[in-house]
Ligand binder design. Sequence first.
Ligand code: F6P
Length: 326
Amino acid sequence: MANIKCIGILTSGGDAPGMNAAIRAVTRAAIYNGWKVKGIMRGYRGLIYDEIEEFKTNSVSNIIQQGGTILKTARSQDFRTPEGRKIAHEALLREGIDALVVIGGDGSLTGAKIFAQEYNFPIVGLPGTIDNDLSGTDTTIGYDTALNTIMEAVDKIRDTATSHERLFIIEVMGRECGFLALNGAIATGAEAAIIPEISMEKDQLEELISNGFRKSKNSSMVLVTEGEITGGAMAIADRVKTEYPEYDVRVTILGHLQRGGSPTAADRILASRMGAAAVDALMDGQRNVMIGIQNDIIVNVPFSKAIKKNKPLGDGLLSTLKVLSI
Ligand code: F6P
């Protein structure tokens, strides 16, 4: 067993529903095993500016159902510099923190990997992001809740789309990753998803129109991933207006509402399992790994693998959407 007496916990990057359930699980599992827990506020920034407080079991009471993160979050520019990381390391030594649990996405775990290597410091990561863009895990904390939020919103848009016989282009989050758009489209019966993974290969808008998606329908919904690769909803709508003026097109950008709300049961359970597993991993002497889930089994994924880009899309998702949207 690693010689750990006290762990620090922080959330970093974009918040995600279920982060609080993860904070609760890590805190309770660590205390259960006889460790002290210190909560670090505002991500890595809290290490640099010394915003650290001891957590007891009741510090995490009544939070499992809350969206956001009680630890607050930030994207720290200081932590990107060697000077900033040196100050962070000094804070950890001063506070008697022997290991860290970092809950966040790609950028946060990249920071964790650099810091762990620089200072030979034990860190375990939890995948906390609505984007589901971390490799080595089937899903991430917050993704299921965001998908459900998208589904509810798109179901409502469908009512007005049908009444007016319009084409709606609906932009969802995900950065360079199309999971939210693709599974959101399947869950809502949308006609298509325009996603970054395919954008380099073919013109998805052109394909959608030339497939004659209006053959059997008067209204249509297309989900598009935000970002430069797809061009986002506004750019696609502009193209429709110029190239296919016969369509009455409207745009909805779902934006940050996708990051809020009470986590679903699936996210609460995932976060609880992963949080407890992070403590197990540290007790086991594991370091510099992200906790993942594969086929319902908890796994440890090295940071370098977790942050690798190009996570494969789920088996058959694209073809299912295509077949079902005729
Ligand atoms: O990574 C999560 C995420 O919500 C992305 O989907 C989105 O591009 C980004 O964060 C938005 O970040 P911010 O809240 O800083 O605008």
